[in-house]
Ligand binder design. Sequence first.
Ligand SMILES: Nc1nc2c(ncn2[C@@H]2O[C@H](COP(=O)(O)OP(=O)(O)O)[C@@H](O)[C@H]2O)c(=O)[nH]1
Ligand SMILES: [Mg+2]
Length: 393
Amino acid sequence: MSVSLAIAGKPNSGKSTLFKALTLANVEIANYPFTTIDANHGVAYARVKCPCTETGRRCGKCIDGERFLPIKVIDVAGLVPDAHLGRGLGNEFLDHISRTNAIIHVIDASGGTDMEGNVVPVGSHNPLDDVEFLEHEITMWIYGILNRKWNQMSRKIKAENLKVEVEIAGQLMGAGVEEEHARIAIHDAQLDREEQHKWTDEDLQKLCDHMRKASKPILIAANKMDAAPKENIENLQKLDYLVTPTSAEAEMALRMAANARLIEYLPGNDDFKIISEELSDKQERALEKIGSMMHQWGGTGVQKLLNEAVFNLLGQIAVYPVENEGKWEDKNGNMLPDAYLVNRGCTTHDLAYKVHTEIGDSFLHAIDGRSKRRLGEKHELREGDVIKIASTR
Ligand SMILES: Nc1nc2c(ncn2[C@@H]2O[C@H](COP(=O)(O)OP(=O)(O)O)[C@@H](O)[C@H]2O)c(=O)[nH]1
Ligand SMILES: [Mg+2]
C-alpha cells in the first residue's frame, strides 16, 4: 500500500465521520469489516472496474465487477488558526500531514461551524474562508522550520558552493518536502537559485508556499452537502481545486446498514436496496431521506471523493500482474490475483521491481494480456493493464 491520504480540516467539519465511513468496509470488500488500524489510521478502498468483466469469467476478487483497492487514510487532529505556532494540536497535526501524499480538506459546506469549529446557525459562516486557512497554516509551518536555520544554511551554501535544493530538502525532510519539490518551487516562485543569499523573508515564504503545493496536493470535500445552501457548494466548485460534494454522515449510515444486512449497498453506487423487513419507522424515514439526497446528487460523494484523490489528484493507475497472460492467472490458477496502484508513467520494468526486486533484476520483457504483444522495459503502463512479466528467474 503506497498511497496515503490525510483527512484534514477545522474541528467539526466531519473529518472523523468521513474517516469512519471510509474505513468501514463491507464484509465482501475487506477480510474484516473494521479496517481501522488505530483511532486515526485506517484503510480505505478506491473503486475500479475489474478487468474480469471483459471476459466470460469472474475473478472472485471483485464484487459484481467492481474491484476495491486499499489505500491508507489518516484522521488528522483538528486544525485551529495559528496551529503552526503550536496552538491546539498543532504539532500533532503537522506531524500527521508530513507523512501523506495528499490532503483531503474537509470543509463544512453548510456554513454551520465558525473558524474555530464552534457550531453556529447553518449558512452563517462562509466556507470559502476555510480554504486558504489550511494552506496558510501548512505554508507557515514549513517556513518556520526553514527560517530557523536559513541564515546559517544560506552562508554555507554560498561558501561551499552547495546545491540549494539539496540543502533545503535536508532541512525539510521531516515535513515531507523532497529535493524535487524544492526544485519545482524555486522555479515556480521565480527565484534565482544562484542568488539564494539575497532571498528576502517574503521570498522565503513564497518559496514555502510553492513547496507546500508541490509536496501536499489538496482535494476539497464539500461536506455536509445534505445540509448546505446550494450557493455554498457552487461557490466552492468555482475555485481552482478539485472539489467533491459529500455527505459523510449518509455514507456512514449506509455502510452500517449494509453491514447489519438491512440494505444492500456498494460504496460508490447511487442507490441502495432495502432487504430487511424489520426496519423501524425511524430507520425507514432516515433511509428515505438519504435515498432522495442520493437521487439528487448521484450518491453520497464519498467514494467519488476517494477515487478523485487517488486517480486524478495523485495520478495513480491500477495494473494487474499475472503469470499466465492467456488466462490472466497466477501459477495456482487464481484469476487476476493482484491489483497494484502505481504512478502514471510507471514502466513494465518499474512494475517488475514492485512485484519483487529479484524479478526486476532479472527482467527480460513484458507481455500485454490483451493484445499478447511483447513490451519493452521502457513501455509505460496504462490504466487497467494486465501484464505478464518475463524474467530469467
Ligand atoms: N448534516 C451532516 N452532518 C455531518 C456530516 N458529516 C459529519 N456531520 C456532523 O458534524 C459533526 C462533527 O463531525 P465530526 O466527524 O466529529 O467532525 P471532526 O471534528 O471534523 O472530526 C457531527 O455532529 C457529525 O454528525 C454530513 O455529511 N452531514
Ligand atoms: Mg474528529
